[in-house]
Design a protein around this ligand. Structure first.
Ligand code: BDR
Ligand code: CA
Length: 310
């Protein structure tokens, strides 16, 4: 499977990248960074740090959009810390960004790789993906699919009462992506809130003796604090790696095809995902919306694949 991960790391983004790098079925063509949890200068650096922690200085990392299509950037330092990747000791990466803009890399890759052979995995705001679709609309017909983390329906929102962070951070971009006609799989809060970083799950990762897993444990220890305080659960939702897990083991998940539209105008519900879960409209079913997961199976997969990052 050839994929591009579009990301704003983020400790849970790190888990997604490491899961991909530890999985031989996946060929990671590149990582495209976007402004999100923290500003772009930090997300692109964090992406390189994660690759280096995984022993993969060869991964191509590109910098992309430094803010949303419209309005001001929203960040989430209150969740991820000032660096975006608080927890482990961070360092200056020893390899550079790849030349060129992330959006150009996405367009070029989709236009040159075989049609329908590349999957995009956006796990941050959708700015880079929308810009690529606007720059070269032909790419919509050349993607295999988009598997993204974003939105919520019964779970509502995590950054406003009705909006999830990735969609709220750039609703206009999300609207472009959901209207693109590309086959889509959506991992909303409804499913990600079922994969919690409980103590026993973290301890199993701690038992792996490699650099990536040690760094992952330090990230998860930091990252769980915010959600444990907020929700009173044992652990925080590990949102982003659900996308990669779905590619590797779709039988862990359950969902249904739905129409999904993005609210861009209402000041109260901007960034909300209107998911027609019950099929009460005749609007096009444009996304496979995931609602359930075998959480233990998901953590087994993640733990096994982190162990491959020796
Ligand atoms: C999403 O927002 C970010 O803070 C996480 O990395 C994840 O992609 C969850 O709402
Ligand atoms: Ca993210």
């Amino acid at each position: 499977m050839k994929i591009i991960i579009d990301t704003d790391p983020g400790q849970d983004d790190a888990a997604a990248i490491m899961l991909a790098l530890g999985s031989p079925e996946i060929e990671l063509l590149g990582i495209t960074a976007v402004a999100g949890n923290v500003p772009l200068a930090l997300t692109e650096r964090n992406a390189r740090i994660i690759c280096e922690m995984s022993g993969r200085r060869d991964v191509k990392v590109f910098a992309g959009a430094d803010g949303p299509l419209h309005g001001r950037q929203v960040t989430a330092e209150h969740v991820h810390g000032r660096s975006g990747l608080d927890g482990p000791e961070l360092f200056e990466p020893s390899f550079s960004l790849h030349d060129g803009h992330a959006v150009d890399f996405i367009v070029r890759t989709l236009m040159t790789e075989a049609a329908e052979s590349v999957t995009l995995c956006p796990i941050g705001p959708l700015t880079n993906i929308a810009l690529a679709l606007q720059k070269q609309p032909e790419i919509a017909g050349r993607m295999q699919q988009i598997v993204l983390m974003g939105g919520g329906y019964f779970a509502q929102g995590n950054v406003t009462p009705s909006a999830e962070f990735n969609i709220y951070a750039d609703p206009e971009a999300a609207a472009v992506v959901f209207a693109s006609g590309v086959p889509m799989v959506m991992m909303p809060l409804d499913v990600t809130h079922k994969v919690l970083t409980t103590r026993p799950r973290i301890e199993r990762i701690r038992a792996i003796d490699n650099r990536a897993a040690r760094a992952m444990v330090e990230m998860l220890e930091f990252y769980r604090r915010y959600d444990v305080n907020k929700y009173g659960t044992d652990g925080g939702p590990l949102h982003d790696p659900t996308t990669i897990a779905w590619l590797l083991q779709p039988d862990l998940f359950q969902g249904r095809m739905c129409n999904v539209e993005i609210e861009t105008t209402s000041p109260l519900t901007r960034g909300a995902t209107a998911v027609d879960w019950w099929g009460v409209t005749d609007r096009d079913k444009n996304a496979m919306v995931i609602g359930d997961v075998d959480a233990d199976g998901f953590f087994d997969l993640l733990t096994r694949r982190l162990a491959n990052l020796g």
